[in-house]
Design a binder for this molecule. Structure first.
Ligand code: ATP
Ligand code: MG
Length: 343
């Protein structure tokens, strides 16, 4: 079932095109991520959905009803800003209650809902504290509690975890997922961190310069990128420009590289191979010299300089690797592990 239907939405600011005709369908209860580099229009789209910005053109419906016709406070949508501002002089409970009190709900009802939501985000013990006595992760939880206590149908989150350090961020990612599951609200999360988008979302829309490049589940996006931009932006990739040949891709200066080519010979293509699919060993199609080995605990990253190619080929191996800088190596991969992308 489609919940939020965004059709051909555009918005310019003077000469800058922030959104150039964006169409998306977000399902009821879905955890949906908008992913893209800085300035590609993510915040602008959220602000349009929340009603703080008007599009130049396009339509947005929520369960079939025109969303754009409603003023911001009448929309069943809540936006958690890129920098969430808590009221410093109010306790956690007051911060969360604030939006409900403005809706003139009864005091008992407000108290009950604040209590329930603080329990959901694990802040019952901190209800009486002021924000400056909370950790970054706890403040984040208050902001989330404040956003969900009004029970929006859609919760829009703009870079919700960007202020947190890596460890707290990882914890909060799990927390966000659990929360979304529990409250059943449709979440639309903006991030420019592709790992975060992949770990959180049911589906991801990749944006580039105000346009949607690809919408897919994380695994599909990773394994079958549909455009050169997505192949490069989502995860590390080794990209080779060439033309489709018999049983592979002909790369100038390098030769025929393995790939299950399903396009007409001679077609210009990009060949993409993930670092974890590249094998170091005998009989590979590429030969080169190791220029760097970095050990990251669970994996090692090996950079290999290959003649005829400007940047190194990246290889990721499980655990520690035996190769060392300066060693000549041969690289290969299974044809089925390489992806062909039309140029
Ligand atoms: N009010 C405004 N006036 C002028 N230009 C704007 C305004 N709001 C956004 N822009 C421009 O529109 C483009 C898209 O901005 P937006 O904030 O949507 O990007 P973003 O994808 O959220 O980026 P970031 O990841 O840096 O937050 C940018 O070039 C930005 O400078
Ligand atoms: Mg932004």
């Amino acid at each position: 079932m489609t919940s939020l239907h965004i059709q051909d939405v555009s918005r310019s600011f003077g000469d800058v095109t922030a959104l150039a005709g964006v169409s998306l369908e977000i399902r009821q209860g879905e955890f949906f991520a908008l992913l893209g580099p800085s300035g590609c229009g993510k915040t602008t789209l959220l602000r349009i959905l929340a009603g703080f910005e008007s599009p130049d053109g396009g339509r947005v419906t929520l369960d079939g009803a025109d969303l754009l016709a409603l003023p911001p406070h009448r929309r069943p949508v809540n936006l958690m800003f890129q920098s969430y501002a808590l009221f410093p002089h109010m306790t956690v409970a007051k911060n969360v209650a604030y939006g409900l009190e403005r809706e003139r709900l009864g005091r008992a009802e407000v108290r009950r809902r604040v209590h329930d939501v603080l329990e959901t985000v694990g802040l019952t013990a901190e209800a009486g504290r002021r924000p400056h006595r909370l950790s970054g992760g706890q403040r984040q939880r208050v902001a989330l509690a404040r956003a969900i206590v009004k029970r929006p149908r859609v919760l829009l989150l703009d870079e919700p975890l960007s202020a947190l350090d890596k460890k707290v961020r990882a914890e909060m990612q799990l927390e966000l997922k659990r929360l979304q599951n529990e409250v059943g609200i449709t979440f639309v999360v903006v991030t420019h961190d592709q790992e975060e988008a992949m770990s959180l979302a049911d589906r991801i829309a990749v944006f580039k310069e105000g346009r949607v490049e690809q919408i897919d589940a994380p695994v599909t996006l990773y394994e079958r990128p549909g455009t050169p931009f997505v192949a490069d932006f989502v995860g590390a990739n080794n990209l080779f420009t060439g033309t489709a040949g018999e049983g592979g891709v002909d790369v100038p200066g390098i030769g025929l590289l393995p790939c299950d080519a399903d396009v007409a010979p001679g077609t210009p293509v990009l060949l993409a191979v993930r670092p974890e699919k590249v094998r170091i060993g005998e009989g590979g199609r590429l030969s080169g010299v190791v220029v760097d080995v970095s050990f990251y605990g669970g994996v090692s990253h090996v950079s290999v300089g290959v003649e005829g190619r400007s940047g190194p080929v990246l290889v990721a191996t499980q655990g520690a690797t035996r190769v060392t800088s300066g060693s000549p190596v041969s690289l290969g991969w299974a044809a089925g592990d390489a992806v062909l992308i039309a140029q």
